[in-house]
Each structure stands twice: as C-alpha cells, then as structure tokens.
Design a protein. Structure first.
Length: 366
C-alpha cells in the first residue's frame, strides 16, 4: 500500500507540472520523498544508470535530481533514461524507485559479497596484453563483486583508468609510478564500502635491488569501522634469485614489526616462489606462526590442490596472501579464483586475453 501511495504522489507531480502550481508541487515532493525515505531507509547500491548525481550510489537523492530535471525541462540526461526511450518522464522515476527497492541480484560468478571485505591479488601479465583486454577484464571484475584488487605488471596508466571508468564512479585506481611504462604495482578500489585513509605509497626504497625495482606498495583503508593496511608486492622471479626473494621477506618482516606491529596487515602479491620448498624464501614469516599466517597455504601443501595453483602453465603456486595475527580472530577464507574456467572455455584463451596468473582472494568478516 505504501508503494502505491508513493507512486501516486509522483504521478501527481507529473500531472500538475504544466499548471505551474509550484507551491503544491513543492508540498507533494516533500511529502512523497519523506515517505520514500521512510520506506527504503536510504538503501542504496552501485550502478551507473540512474546515478543522477554521479556519486557512485543510487538512492533517494538521485530520485530528487531526476524529478527536478523533469519539472524544470532540463536538457536530456541519458543516465536518467532508465527505459532508454530518449525521454525523461514519470516512467523513468518509477524505474529508478524500483531499482532502489529491488536491486539486481549479485552475479552467480561473484567472489565477494556485501557482508565481507573482499580483496584480490592479481598479476595481469603485461597489462594490457591484448586489444580486448580492457573491456574483457572490466566485465569480469564487475561480476566478481570485490572491494580491492592489488595488481601487478600494470604497464599502462590510460588502460588502468579506462577500467576504472568502465566500472563506475565509485571505483578509483592507483599506480605506483605513473611516469613509467614498466609493469608497476597498482590498485583498483571500490569505494562503496571502503574508505581510503591514505593514498598508496611505496616503502623500503633502500632495497630496490632486492625487490627488483618494484617497491612494496602500501594502501591504508577502513572497512566497517576497522582499519587495514594492505601491502602489494611483486618479488623477483626465476631460479637463481632466491636470495633476493629471501631478503625481501626479511625486510618486510622487519618493516611490519617496527612500523605496523599492532595493525591488521594483509601482505599479498606475486611472490614468485612456492610456500612449500626445501630452500624457503618465506622462512621469516613461516618461522613466526604466532605473528603471521599464509591463508592460501592449504593450496600449496596439498597435492590434490594443484588444479587450483595460481600459475597453472608451469604448474606452480606463486601468488599468496599473508595476514598478521591481528586478523587471526576474525572470520576469513581464501581461495584461487579460476577465471579461466568461469569466464573462458580454456586456459589458453584466458592467457591470450588476460594473464598467465589466476587471482587469489581473501574474504574477511568483521
């Protein structure tokens, strides 16, 4: 019954528009939208179409903007044309209210949810490696429904920003060196539920050689009134560089102990090495189980999990997520996301369009 009253009120706004009875219009708008606010409790969600004020969310404010556009005969705005008939009218208002009241379901391919902080590490090889990479990757990320993606091997600022724009106004992007054409560490962040406390910055510049001139890239965020520090890394690759990878682990352990000892830290990225190995470059972390835990360790240690390794062409398990003990008491889980099987009909096609690495994710509830 309340919904019928609301729609009836909006209909009255539209019908008396030509009579210029401005005072009555004002009263109806106020009455209608205060009722609407009560009904929806200001529920909102992310989507471009209908986001009239382009703030990354759709809620009652956008309805007010659309009503004003119609009443004032403003220039056509495609964002408010919900039924795509090239006209802004009462039908678009009804469509917009329905979007808010009945948001579209999350994709079946989603990794994340509204109840968790969802973080991925994803080496997107030589991004963009194909003319269709940007559009294909944008579509995939949109369906994954995650909050933060820590990226490696991002070679193009413009292509990274194109993905950000494709995803919507609520997304933002950072790249560690905007003046470089090398594969840099980067972030894509959905700010709908995440607050960025500080723009990303690099650390441990005195160890550029050990980190192969890809310095750890730190992001500080808040989710659900809880602060997290995320460190994105890309260790030196290949046989013969084990000492450099070990030194990188040593320096990161020291940095976290000295600077982030009481913070919830997520260290993730392309570590270019196995968690289970005779000569283990992760010993500084593995030898301190009260301080650190690799949430994807179960994938590395179990031979039956080889199909879930992040670098299947070798096969090898190179991409990992480490958490500090401040997160131990929270609910979390981690997994490799087999994008090649979810969105492509073969790993070769995935490799051709996107990358030779699969993403690894963690979902945290707090």
């Amino acid at each position: 019954m309340k919904i019928l009253v609301i729609l009836h009120g909006i209909g009255r706004i539209y019908l008396i528009r030509n009579a210029d009875r401005l005072k009555l219009i004002k009263n109806i708008i106020l009455t209608t939208f205060f009722s609407f606010i009560y009904l929806t409790e200001l529920d909102s969600f992310n989507r471009n179409l209908g986001d009239m004020n382009e703030d990354g969310t759709i809620n009652v404010v956008d309805v007010i903007v659309l009503v004003n556009l119609i009443l004032e005969n403003e220039v056509y705005n495609y964002i408010g044309d919900l039924n795509n008939d090239q006209i802004l009218n009462i039908i678009d208002i009804v469509e917009l209210i329905n979007i808010i009241l009945y948001p579209p379901p999350i994709s079946d391919n989603a990794y994340g949810s509204d109840e968790t902080l969802d973080i991925l590490t994803w080496n997107i090889e030589n991004f963009p490696k194909n003319n269709n990479t940007v559009d294909t990757l944008s579509s995939i990320i949109d369906e994954l429904y995650v909050d933060i993606i820590a990226l490696q091997e991002i070679e193009s600022n413009s292509s990274l920003n194109e993905i950000k724009n494709n995803l919507g106004a609520n997304w933002t992007a950072y790249r560690s060196d905007y003046n470089s054409s090398w594969g840099e560490l980067s972030y894509l962040i959905n700010t709908s539920n995440v607050n960025i406390l500080q723009s990303p910055y690099t650390i441990l510049s005195q160890y550029e050689y050990e980190f192969a001139w890809r310095l750890p890239y730190v992001l500080r965020i808040s989710y659900n009134n809880t602060n997290y520090t995320i460190i994105n890394v890309h260790y030196k690759c290949c046989d013969g560089s084990e000492e450099r990878r070990l030194e990188s682990s040593i320096r990161l352990d020291q940095y976290i102990s000295n600077n982030l000892s009481n913070e919830k830290v997520v260290l993730l990225g392309d570590f270019n090495d196995l968690l289970v190995d005779n000569y283990n470059v992760f010993d500084p972390f593995l030898e301190s189980p009260d301080e650190y835990y690799f949430v994807d360790y179960y994938i590395s240690e179990d031979p039956s999990m080889i199909p879930y390794w992040s670098f299947p062409s070798w096969p090898s398990d190179l991409d990992h997520i480490l958490i500090t003990n401040e997160i131990f008491n929270l609910e979390y889980d981690a997994s490799t996301i087999r994008i090649d099987q979810i969105f492509f009909n073969s790993f070769n096609n995935y490799d051709y369009y996107i990358s030779d690495h699969r993403p690894v994710g963690i979902r945290i509830t707090n």
